[in-house]
Design a protein around this ligand. Structure first.
Ligand code: DGL
Length: 276
């Protein structure tokens, strides 16, 4: 492992804008840390791509983050994690923190004994999810619900549109009818649909999003390695996207809740604009 600097940024990436839900949690947990986010929106969604393609994208983006001298890489994408995490960790010279659907906490929380997991087809078909279900699903029922189309809706910032609502009703209703009292958001795009999900699921269903747990894990890892930021004031977040920069700026600003300038992946070296 290479030696890390306290003032280096934390690098975070996703297939697109979904990982902003994790970035938000990291900013809240660690406001003094500089953040660098890469949205691979030009190639989203990953969920229907083959594993080799996803692993290749994860490698390229991690290399880009390392060029920026990041002290930790956060894979804010369940799909990239289940496909590529072992390979990434085998060569990456800085710590890699990753996501997995929060099946364990959901299994501990359910009272009805039925948990619904919303995620991409790739994630749900992975050995990692099979392992999680085997480990935590012994006395409960875990219903795996692929959600094609939802990532695309969030990529367009369509958080409350009729199409988004119709898709969510189609995916969530069968889970509720089967008695699910706990829903796992197993894709980092889905927390942006929380308003609709809550509306459809009703007030008594628990919605489990692991973003805060991931942020706390990042904090713990930085603390263990003594590379936490020494700043006393909030640090900046920077954004790069593989989609057209103008479109990406509009979408990321809408989801981040602040007007930000997003750089294209090609122009990233020449311009560095900060925003918070
Ligand atoms: N945010 C990604 C995840 O957590 C979405 C993957 C995709 O692009 O399909 O899985």
């Amino acid at each position: 492992m290479k030696s890390l600097r306290n003032d280096a940024p934390i690098g975070v990436f996703d297939s697109g804008v979904g990982g902003l839900s994790v970035l938000r949690a990291i900013r809240d947990e660690l406001p003094a840390e500089s953040l660098l986010y890469v949205a691979d929106s030009g190639y989203a969604p990953y969920g229907d791509r083959d594993a080799g393609f996803i692993a290749d994208r994860a490698t390229k983006i991690t290399e880009l983050l390392l060029e920026y001298g990041v002290k930790t890489v956060v894979v804010a994408c369940n799909t990239a994690t289940v496909v590529a995490i072992e390979k990434l960790r085998s060569w990456c010279p800085v710590p890699v923190v990753a996501m997995e659907p929060a099946i364990k906490p959901a299994a501990q929380r359910t009272r009805s004994g039925v948990v619904g997991v919303l995620a991409t087809s790739q994630t749900l078909a992975s050995p990692s999810v099979a392992r999680l279900c085997a480990a935590h699903g012994k006395n409960i029922e875990i219903l795996l619900q692929p959600c094609p189309g939802l990532v695309e809706q969030v990529e367009k910032a369509e958080l409350t549109s009729d199409t988004s609502r119709a898709l969510l009703i189609r995916y969530i209703s069968p889970l509720l009818e089967a008695g699910a009292d706990t829903l796992v958001l197993g894709c980092t795009h889905y927390p942006f649909l929380n308003k609709l999900i809550r509306e459809i699921a009703g007030p008594d269903v628990a919605i489990v999003d692991p973003a805060t747990a991931v942020a706390k894990e990042v904090a713990r890892r930085l603390g263990d390695q003594r590379v936490s930021s020494l700043r006393s004031s909030p640090a900046a977040a920077r954004f790069i996207s593989s989609a057209a920069a103008d479109d990406a700026s509009a979408i990321i600003s809408a989801l981040w809740g602040n007007s930000v300038i997003v750089h294209g992946i090609e122009q990233h070296r020449s311009n560095q604009v900060t925003a918070r």
